[in-house]
Write a protein that binds this ligand. Structure first.
Ligand code: GLC
Ligand code: CA
Length: 546
């Protein structure tokens, strides 16, 4: 298991949208290599690379057809080896995405498995007979519609918790687990530094999900063998390497995370929990138009910070390839407040306990895209939801659903990285696979690197602070002004030092109470003038050390 995970800052790369080196309109591994110096300058330690394996093009690389081959549109295995060597020579570690809850239906295992009921690979997936001529049970796919798809070859159904092209692997089958561990060892032996584990809470399914009894839809996560499987994976693979690990779970609670991310090293280093990014979700679906609720958000962080302190470890993130842009979601992306609020939310997150993750473009204050029509969406989740909620069920009006997509859609995160003010934001010399945000003329890396007032420079500073002050890594957490609707303030304490972080999440001035009043040495701020110690200006942040 990895020992450096507590001090690390991670940068997430969605390779399709990061940098296109060969002009075909799609980002690629050579593109990533060409920007390693940029990342070095930012100061990050680890890159989490979204899937770059051979896939069937349905879910942004999360539909893998060969775990040991690179997607041809992203490059070759030689490119990957070069990326690994070049990153390592700069002291940057590479963490890969591990997607083993499901494979593409084009994966050789599934191609075999569907052939007949007695095929040797049949048991690699979850096959069930129909119940009264219909789906085995009423389980729903996270990407809309039933989670069961009938396969004509045998008349049975296979389980897919995501798109129907993503068939769930059967982890109850020991042969599946052996194959997965073998594949993981192959990547570690190549020299990679760890895995981000996609929907890892779903590898063990609750019994009801597996029964062909027509039963109702239930949660499909945290099945009875979840921790047994992870501890086995740890024994068989992770414990033999210096492995950095983070597991994704859309529904993990603080109590469950104490087990998944226990500091005893028996499972994973940390988990990605979703409570904060989904605190403003709709009633039955993730879709909503906001607004965010600061009081609710603060209490979520407080529970996670205090719940895991000294016993497990937090991951810290505002956004990723599945979330809207951080500044649009939690700050204010109107031009007058964009830079200021991007810095404020960055400091608010980076000063907490846990390992911070920066999603590509977040360090520039990149924003959501002004989507106006569903035809602009590339994301299977948004397109399926549109078909279900707007076209079939007429539950949402087209206008409301477009507003939801603008607020919450995953495509917001997947527009190309904005390198320059020039054509296609300097991302490609060809035709980009996905629309470039028109605001690249104002928001781009070229104009920010080297500008001391830029969002980029502020992120550099936050990363440096984490490396300089142990209180940022180890301190305990106390929430101040818990019920205040504008201010998010907290302290961290460690070995006689107190870090005081005060953030204004609003466009108006906000009063600080006595405990949150500014005092001590100013480590970071987003206004030049010091201001009144008991009053925060719009979107202001002050980080001080007492
Ligand atoms: C995870 C990924 C997401 C993907 C899904 C299915 O949530 O982050 O992008 O669609 O799993 O693999
Ligand atoms: Ca390319």
């Amino acid at each position: 298991m990895n020992k450096g995970f507590k001090d690390a800052v991670v940068y997430q790369i969605y390779p399709k949208s990061f940098m296109d080196a060969n002009g075909d309109g799609m980002g690629d591994l050579q593109g990533v290599i060409s920007r390693l110096d940029y990342l070095k300058e930012l100061g990050i330690d680890v890159i989490w690379l979204n899937p770059c394996y051979k896939n069937s093009g349905v879910d942004g690389g999360y539909d893998i057809s060969d775990y040991q081959a690179i997607a041809p549109e992203l490059g070759t295995m030689e490119d990957f080896d070069e990326l690994l060597a070049q990153a390592h020579s700069r002291g940057i570690r590479i963490v890969m995405d591990l997607v083993v809850n499901h494979t593409s239906t084009e994966h050789a295992w599934f191609v075999e498995s569907r052939k007949s009921k007695d095929n040797p690979k049949r048991g690699f997936y979850v096959w069930r007979p129909p119940f009264e001529g219909k789906e085995p049970n009423q389980e729903r796919s996270i990407f809309s519609g039933p989670a069961w798809e009938k396969d004509e070859a045998t008349g049975e159904y296979y389980l897919h918790m995501f798109a129907k092209e993503q068939a769930d692997l059967n982890w109850e089958n020991e042969a599946v687990r052996r194959e997965v561990y073998k594949m993981m060892r192959w990547w570690f032996d190549k020299g990679i530094d760890g895995f981000r584990m996609d929907v890892i809470d779903m590898i063990s399914k609750p019994a009801a999900v597996l029964r062909a009894d027509g039963g109702p839809h239930r949660s499909s996560a945290h099945g009875p063998r979840e921790h047994e499987f992870l501890r086995e994976m740890n024994r068989e693979v992770l414990s033999h390497y210096d492995a950095f690990t983070v597991g994704e779970s859309g529904s993990v609670s603080v109590t469950q995370a104490l087990e998944y991310a226990n500091l005893d090293g028996s499972e994973l280093n940390m988990m990605f929990q979703f409570e904060h990014v989904e605190h403003d979700a709709g009633k039955d679906t993730k879709w909503s138009t906001g607004p965010m609720d600061l009081v609710k958000l603060k209490h979520i962080f407080e529970r996670w910070q205090n719940g895991l302190h000294g016993r497990a470890w937090n991951s810290l993130y505002w956004d990723n390839h599945d979330q809207p842009r951080a500044v649009s979601h939690f700050g204010c992306d109107r031009e007058e407040y964009r830079v200021r609020s991007a810095k404020m939310i960055a400091a608010c997150l980076h000063m907490m306990e846990g390992t911070p993750y920066i999603y590509q473009g977040e360090e520039l204050g990149m924003t959501n895209y002004p989507f106006t029509d569903i035809s602009q969406s590339r994301d299977v989740e948004a397109i399926n939801a549109w078909n279900e909620l707007v076209v079939e069920q007429k539950k949402f009006t087209p206008e409301y659903m477009m507003a939801c997509i603008r607020y919450k859609g995953r495509d917001n995160a997947r527009t190309p990285m904005q390198w320059t003010a020039g054509e296609n934001a300097g991302f490609t010399t060809g035709t980009p696979w996905m629309c470039v945000n028109p605001n690249h003329t104002a928001i781009n890396a070229e104009s920010q690197v080297g500008d001391p007032d830029s969002v980029f420079s502020f992120y550099q500073k936050l990363i440096r602070l984490r490396k300089t002050h142990p209180v940022i890594v180890h301190g305990d957490f106390t929430l101040l002004m818990p019920e205040d609707r504008q201010v998010f303030a907290y302290t961290r304490q460690y070995e006689g030092k107190t870090l005081l972080v005060a953030c204004n999440f609003s466009c108006e001035d906000a009063a600080l109470d006595e405990l949150a009043e500014t005092r001590g040495e100013m480590l970071a701020a987003n206004y030049d003038e010091p201001g009144d110690k008991a009053l925060l200006r719009p979107w202001e942040v002050r980080v001080t050390l007492v």
